[in-house]
Structure formats: structure tokens, C-alpha cells
Design a protein around this ligand. Structure first.
Ligand code: CP
Length: 311
């Protein structure tokens, strides 16, 4: 079994309940991972994913290898039959098989480059490991998805909701850098598995991949979208149609405490204060961002547990 996408979750409510059980007794399954090794490969920076996934593996009794592949590994080649006389030093075929000799599960973070949509959507790094490593692969954020974050978000919503069918709003917010769509994509997919009144709001031009959003309502008026919201999930992403571009900054889309009303604030972190969210919003007791980060451990632990059970 791999955990590559939200689609790998067979029944979201059961996964959320199982993760909440792990949270109550995190070290209950220490014997399960004993003698097993998890290898974490980072092609991009991380704080939460790195520490929570490592902690999750330790809770299961696993040993962990970590490598900052992006800075310290050889530049990888992915093409079949490529004459490797340019920048790439090692082919994914050898790299994946070598890594697999040292561990039982490999976890990979490899962000979108945001210059070539087709290449990003092919998820070359993670799919290369799936193809050639021959061991289970865990997605720690690929070019199109961040399913560990979305599972942690589902756990957080389940813990915090006060009604069966809460109103959840995913809002775009400004950011000085062009950011990938992975977090938003996985959040949308996860929300499609929830009983919720779910709305996406963003300025025109920031529509996500329509193959992912499908029939989720889009409201271009943020104030209207926020009406009666129970949860507001804030995230920036670059344009999908004008791929990887920042179309405009729209600073008035920053989420403030006043805009939130009584709604809970969610964000995957890291977040730029007073650009994406105001201090008064993130410092308020409506903010769930620290608990979302905490739940990353139990999301990763559940995914790892399910993988180990099928080894
Ligand atoms: N939310 C998240 O994935 O955080 P990091 O990028 O710090 O791992």
C-alpha cells in the first residue's frame, strides 16, 4: 500500500476515528514498527512534516533515516533513454532502488516547480519512486497533493466541529511568492468526502484545477462566502490557468479577526503574518493552526500503521 493521495483513504470517517484513537495512546503500537525503517527524503524545506512524520514513526517503534535530498543528493534524471550529459548525475531508476535497500517505507517531499504544468502533474519524483523502489511510498507533499496535511485537517475539523454539517470555507489569501496548489487540492478532495457545506472563495483567475474542484461552489465575494462559516481555511496558491503566475496581490483578501466573525481559523503553516492572516486572527482563541500541526503526527502515524500492516 502507498499513501499518495486522499483517494488512498477508503473511508474518511473511519480513518479520522482511528487517528483520534492513536492520539489518545500514541505508543500503543510500538511493537508494530520494531525492526522496520522509514526513510524520509526531502527535496524541499520543512518543519512540521519532517518532525511529525519522524515522531509518528518513533511512536510506532520504527527507526528513521532522514536526508535533505534537494541540497545534498545528486541531481536526478527521470527521462527514459536520456543522454545524461547535462546537469543530472543520477537516474531515478538507480536512486530509488538504492534507497529501497536501506528501508521498508520511503516518504518523499517534492514540490511543484510551477513552470511546467504537465511535468508537475506527472509528479516525477514521487511516481519515480513508486515505479522503481518496489517498497511503499508515503507522500509528504508532492507537486499536486499534500494528503497528510488534509488528513490532519480532517482530524482537526472532527475534533472542533459543533454541528454535524459545518460550513467550511477555503479562502485564497495574498502572498508575495508563487505557491503550489498541493495543500488546496488535497483539502478540496478531503472536503468532498465530508458531510459539510463547503465553499471556495478567491479572486477571479485563481480557480483551482476544475478536475479537482468539480461541483464545489465558488464564490468570488469573500465577505459573502464567510457568512455563517464555522471554519475558514486560509491558503495562498498561484494561478492554475496561467500556471504558476501571481496575477495580483489583492491585499484586501488577507483574513482578519473581524472577517472571521465567530468562525475557527485554519492554516497549514508556515504562514506570513499580516499578509495572509492578521496578528489578531492568528493570535485569537479561534485559531486552530497549532492543533492542526499537532494532528500531523497522528495523520502520519495512521498512514504508516496502515502501510506496515500490509507489508
Ligand atoms: N504544513 C506543512 O507541511 O509544514 P512544513 O512545510 O513545515 O512541513
Amino acid at each position: 500500500m502507498n499513501y499518495l493521495s486522499i483517494q488512498d483513504i477508503d473511508h474518511l470517517p473511519s480513518w479520522v476515528n482511528a487517528a483520534k484513537k492513536l492520539k489518545l495512546a500514541p505508543r500503543e503500537h510500538q511493537a508494530l514498527g520494531a525492526g522496520k525503517t522509514l526513510c524520509l527524503l526531502f527535496f524541499n524545506n520543512s518543519l512540521r512534516t519532517r518532525l511529525s512524520t519522524q515522531k509518528a514513526a518513533m511512536n510506532l517503534g520504527m527507526e528513521v533515516l532522514v536526508m535533505n535530498f534537494g541540497n545534498e543528493g545528486w541531481a536526478l534524471e527521470f527521462g527514459d533513454g536520456t543522454v545524461m550529459d547535462q546537469g543530472s548525475s543520477e537516474h531515478i531508476k538507480e536512486a530509488a532502488q538504492v534507497v529501497a535497500q536501506f528501508c521498508d517505507i520511503v516518504a518523499i517531499r517534492a514540490f511543484a516547480g510551477l513552470t511546467d504544468k504537465q511535468k508537475d502533474e506527472a509528479e516525477l519524483v514521487i511516481q519515480g519512486f513508486v515505479k522503481y523502489a518496489g517498497i511503499p511510498v508515503l507522500n509528504m507533499e508532492s507537486s499536486v497533493g499534500h494528503p497528510l496535511q488534509a488528513l490532519a485537517d480532517a482530524i482537526t475539523i472532527s475534533e472542533q466541529k459543533t454541528k454535524t454539517r459545518p460550513k467550511v470555507v477555503l479562502t485564497w489569501a495574498p502572498h508575495p511568492k508563487a505557491l503550489p496548489h498541493a495543500v488546496a487540492n488535497s483539502f478540496v478532495k478531503m472536503m468532498q468526502l465530508q458531510d459539510a457545506d463547503f465553499v471556495i472563495t478567491h479572486p477571479k483567475g485563481y480557480e483551482l484545477n476544475p478536475a479537482i474542484t468539480k461541483d464545489v461552489p465558488i464564490e468570488y465575494d469573500q465577505e459573502k462566502a464567510f457568512r455563517d462559516a464555522d471554519f475558514v481555511y486560509v491558503k495562498n496558491w498561484s494561478s492554475y490557468s496561467d500556471y504558476g503566475k501571481i496575477l495580483h496581490q489583492d491585499t484586501n483578501w488577507m483574513v482578519t479577526k473581524k472577517k472571521l466573525g465567530p468562525a475557527k481559523l485554519m492554516h497549514c503553516l508556515p504562514v506570513r503574518r499580516n499578509v495572509v492572516v492578521s496578528d489578531d486572527a492568528i493570535d485569537s482563541n479561534q485559531s486552530l493552526v497549532i492543533e492542526q500541526a499537532n494532528n500531523r503526527t497522528y495523520a502520519a502515524q495512521l498512514a504508516l500503521k496502515k502501510i506496515i500492516e500490509q507489508l
